[in-house]
Design a protein around this ligand. Structure first.
Ligand SMILES: Nc1nc2c(ncn2[C@@H]2O[C@H](COP(=O)(O)OP(=O)(O)OP(=O)(O)O)[C@@H](O)[C@H]2O)c(=O)[nH]1
Ligand SMILES: [Mg+2]
Length: 366
């Protein structure tokens, strides 16, 4: 199961007890104090690891504890420090104080390590308490207690491209066609219940990450359907691919307007993301009808079909692309980068779609 929010308790280690002891050697009577200090308790750290993608390795109500420091020993020997505990989380994890709901920090970069709570200090051994009035102190400090914090981990997927569409429009089919993700696909609404990430390879060396999220319906930002939970997952996604079903009982205008509206109501920033539109299941609709539907849709958006593009969009169907928007030129962010009919089933416009999305990703990475 995909887990995207867990609560846990973390405790740093207790410091080791300081030692009470006295020098004991041949010919030395009543030797002085030589009790060593206790070791420091283990710290709690967080580490960001690209090889982890979910929070499912954390069990419910888990308590993660670092080791305590060892007690000091005689002959001024300090106790060993407790081992630190490193909590491994995937990139995109927010660490939140469970009591105040304050976001403490974000773990974003692979390999990044953050010290969260310090282990307790070790207690001082009796050697520190010798004074002119007390040559043989029988007292040593106890180790300092470790700290305990209740925290919540929230994972927000970081994908380059998020798929946004009504249920059953073919989002999961597309991601399974272009990436290594294998989500469940079925002919009913709300098949996808949890977000899935897939890596889309471009040639041998380049790639981007696509996120399939559950379908959105009107009122989603107020909790309708599967609620806002899933929009949360693409909150940080910079590019949205709106998927509008040519063969749906909902007309195209209703679909795109609802989707854009839901996204913008959920988050202003997400509403301003760069975007493109795929008109799905083009294989189901007869060619003449595609012409009418796509041209009508473009008109609705105030656009005209592109005649010739650098990307190999299928010329037998109308489409639109801001072709000047290569990596160097800017483009109009308020308009879709492209609008194209596609078919995952018949492999129509799938390659050009991948490359066009990759163009956008590159514009964004720059
Ligand atoms: N003919 C045709 N059918 C398609 C195409 N893409 C998807 N489908 C079918 O459409 C149905 C829904 O596909 P999914 O990929 O599960 O749709 P989804 O958008 O992920 O749906 P939810 O997860 O419920 O939001 C399935 O029966 C698919 O086989 C396509 O290009 N052509
Ligand atoms: Mg799906």
């Amino acid at each position: 199961m995909f887990t995207d929010s867990v609560e846990l308790t973390v405790s740093s280690g207790k410091g080791g007890q300081g030692c009470v002891s006295f020098r004991r050697e041949k010919f030395v009577v009543n030797g002085g104090p030589n009790g060593g200090d206790g070791g420091k308790g283990g710290d709690i750290w967080f580490k960001c690891d690209n090889n982890t993608h979910t929070l499912s390795h954390f069990q419910k109500k888990m308590h993660i504890k670092a080791d305590g420091g060892a007690p000091g020993e005689s002959s001024n020997m300090a106790g060993k420090s407790g081992l630190k505990k490193v909590v491994i989380v995937p990139p995109g994890t927010q660490v939140i104080d469970a009591e105040t709901d304050e976001v403490l920090f974000d773990m974003l970069i692979d390999g990044e390590e953050v010290k969260f709570i310090e282990g307790g200090k070790g207690g001082l051994g009796n050697v520190h308490f010798k004074s002119s009035t007390n040559q043989r102190p029988t007292y040593a400090q106890p180790g300092q207690k470790g700290q305990t914090r209740k925290i919540k981990l929230d994972l927000k997927l970081i994908a380059d491209v998020g798929l946004v569409g009504f249920p059953n429009v073919g989002k999961s089919t597309l991601i399974s066609t272009v990436s290594n993700a294998r989500p469940e696909i079925a002919n009913y609404e709300f098949t996808t219940l949890t977000p899935k990430l897939g890596q889309v390879n471009i040639g041998d060396f380049e790639s981007f990450i696509m996120a399939d999220i559950p379908g959105i319906i009107g009122g989603a930002h107020e909790g309708k359907g599967l609620g806002i939970e899933f929009l949360r997952h693409i909150e940080r996604t910079k590019i949205l691919l709106f998927m509008v079903d040519l063969a749906s009982y909902r007309d195209l205008k209703e679909q795109i307007e609802t989707l854009k509206n839901e996204v913008a109501s959920f988050s202003e920033k997400l509403g301003e993301s760069k975007y493109a539109i795929a008109l799905t299941r083009a294989d189901v609709v007869p060619a003449e009808e595609i012409d009418v539907l796509v041209n009508g849709f473009l008109e609705l958006l105030g656009l005209q079909a592109t005649q010739d593009s650098k990307l190999d969009f299928d010329a037998s169907m109308p489409y639109f692309i801001q072709d000047n928007a290569d990596a160097t030129l800017g483009f109009d962010k308020t308009l879709p980068y492209f609008v194209a009919p596609i078919s995952s089933a018949a492999n129509k416009n799938i390659e050009p779609l991948k490359h066009a999305l990759f163009n956008l990703v590159q514009v964004d990475r720059k």
